[in-house]
Design a binder for this molecule. Structure first.
Ligand code: MLT
Length: 256
């Protein structure tokens, strides 16, 4: 049995376990609607990734380390296999986890994310964001990112939720995650080897990880369904919770 370092919420229950991995710069609270809805049938496990939320004390050095930390949660709960879904940064961790621990993943959800590594321009942008956080704090980065995290159609309540969860993160945690995202490997070559059911889902208005990234992943996964959520931006689970949860429910009912 492993020792879990990460904070996590476990809805309990006996249904197929589902692990949900959050986006940057948020924490597990972004999955509240999905945990509630899916938790009626499934056992939903929502960790705060290293450096975020109540795992703020755990360092985030790489996607691989974050993936191993999530596996330690499953070990501690004695869960052999689970459906693993991650949104954006959570998707990067999901890809690393599935690559390293394929036998632990019964189904895969890649949400508003991409398999390829950062471009040279995006890497430069990470450095700019690190400097912004050092100079003006995490709240300033959340404000800067807000127009790309949510579509112009997002409700005021959703915007405030993102401000509130994002603004509560620590400078150290956010800076470490920016470095880990900048340095992550290209997961594309591994995609064709995943033999279990996969879902790729994206908000139609996502500009951060646009439909082209989802198409690229879906083209490489052998047993995939691609779903596009109309009227939603990047944080599709927050903007369109019912439609988004529906895609995860459909994934859970698939055998291939
Ligand atoms: C996220 O939503 O997790 C981030 O925007 C991902 C990224 O910056 O690459």
């Amino acid at each position: 049995m492993g020792k879990a370092k990460l904070f996590f919420v476990d809805t309990g229950g006996t249904g197929e376990p589902v692990v949900l991995l959050h986006a940057f710069p948020l924490d597990g609270r972004m999955w509240e609607a999905q945990a509630k809805e899916l938790g009626a049938q499934n056992r939903v496990i929502v960790p705060d990734l290293p450096g975020f939320g109540r795992s703020a004390n755990v360092p985030f050095t790489s996607m691989e380390q974050a993936a191993d930390d999530v596996i330690a949660v499953l070990d501690a709960l004695e869960i052999a296999r689970a459906t693993v879904a991650g949104l954006s940064m959570g998707g990067y961790v999901t890809l690393a986890l599935t690559r390293r621990h394929a036998s632990r993943v019964s189904r895969l959800g890649l949400c508003d994310t991409r398999a390829e590594a950062d471009s040279a321009e995006t890497r430069k942008g990470r450095e700019v964001n690190m400097a912004l956080v050092a100079r003006e704090g995490v709240g300033a980065l959340v404000e800067k990112m807000l127009p790309s995290l949510l579509s112009p159609e997002a409700s005021l309540e959703t915007k405030e939720r993102v401000r509130s969860i994002g603004g509560s993160q620590t400078q150290e945690g956010v800076t470490a995650a920016l470095g880990a995202m900048r340095d992550r490997a290209d997961a594309t070559p591994w995609l064709p080897s995943f033999e279990m059911p996969a879902l790729v889902v994206v908000g139609a208005l996502d500009t951060l990880s646009p439909l082209s990234c989802s198409n690229a992943m879906a083209n490489k996964l052998p047993h995939v369904e691609l779903e596009v959520i109309p009227g939603s931006g990047h944080l599709a689970n927050l903007e369109k919770p019912a439609a988004f949860t529906g895609t995860l429910s459909r994934l859970l009912s698939r055998t291939r």
